[in-house]
Design a protein around this ligand. Sequence first.
Ligand code: C2O
Ligand code: CU
Ligand code: CU
Length: 501
Amino acid sequence: MKPLTRRQAIALGATGAAATAAGAAGLLWSARIGSPGGPDDDVPGARDAWTASPSVSSSDGVLEVRLEAAAARRSIGGRDADVRAYNGTVPGPTLRLRPGDRLRVRLANGLDDPTNLHTHGLHASPAGNGDNPFLEVPPGATFDYEIDLPPDHPSGTFWYHPHHHGMVADQLWAGLYGAIVVEDTDPVPATRERVLLVSDLTLDTAGHLHTVTMPERMMGRMGATVLVGGRTFPRLDAAPGDRELWRLVNACPTRFLRLDLEGATARLIARDGHRLASPRDAGDLVLAPGNPADLLVSVGDGTATLRSLAYDRGDMGAMMGRGAGRGGTMDAEPTEPLDLLRIVPSAGTDAADVPAPANPTPANPAPRDLRDRPVAARRDVVFAMMGRGMGPGGMSPTINGRSYDADRTDITVEAGTVEEWRIVNTSPLHHPFHLHVWPMQVVHDGTAVVDAPDWRDVVVVPANGEATVLVAFDGIAGRTVFHCHILDHEDLGMMGVIEVR
Ligand code: C2O
Ligand code: CU
Ligand code: CU
């Protein structure tokens, strides 16, 4: 086996494009983002008001909630669609916790396939009925999870989604995801808070989920319809002068979001559930699949639009995008900005002043910096698309030359130590690297040394590049996984097992 060559990547791209073009021949329906609004709407393109998913909060240190994963019929972009949902809503309920709380979830599987539950980004035990990705809840069964947050758990935005190997991407894009908020003991002052989960999916004309082909999975599926809070291009009602705390999550299986907010100002205050040492301008913020970010947005007296700009995630993507063409089922490499949402201030005007940015106080206490700690071990973790021949049939996404095996432990770490991991990517596509349970401090992002403490649970490893992180295997021990957060890659085997003991 050897890493995928550029020629193979091109061959794969062509296959993917052909499959996509065939699928697009009248069979697929794509709700174009930014389509004109209805006649009774004076704001073009922002038709539906955004509404929050139901939220449930802990009391007396416990949050008890039942989540039923099942088929649901939802209106998406003005049409009926067959999706999957937790408790019938997309996104599922927002779970609100405090550091030190216990989360008890009774997961009921009303799907036709096995599933399970993962609390993405939480620093919680992966053992037993905790945040255990090896569990399987069969169709018709229920399972009681018990997830304990340590008292010093960071406050911020996290999320949950299924993690049954082989079906993660399918179940996520079908609508199974929701937010987890760990409340801030020292909240950022804001007029209101919004949980904004961004997802994508592709539906056919009958409103059924598109069946994803192998070439699409090799590339990572890109949904033709992008949703914010389960809606296409929602409208956010606000008043001039409002300050909004946005808890964003990129819940797309593959799509990178490169965010641009026009008409309002935004400060980035947290990434991946970790407050920044000092808030900064949120311009040109890239969220890889899986990444959350918290923004403090100042509303002006005119409309403002949040877009995702074109983003190049590598060669295979470029090939696929060129062949498939815009408006196909899979906009593999979007070259035009996508409208995500629009803020419409009450009594707003079109020509308006952009407000001065809010300046929230920096994180207190200051973020940890692992560069002071001795490094007990250094490792290389190599992401590759291994090809045995031409075409997608002979290819598999691997880590350190192997594909996932739940029974094999790939990395064993001594509890309490700090390790430095160099994550290398020998393939022509970016891979977002995700480690469960233990957050990573990025010290080199592939282009430059990162000076300020930068904590992530998903780190972009650029095409034919690398990134270096420090990880403190503190507090919690156990056996869990690390993987590519292009969830098709994870389902195809780009995942490994780590045991900390
Ligand atoms: Cu959000 Cu193991 O994943
Ligand atoms: Cu995770
Ligand atoms: Cu990948």
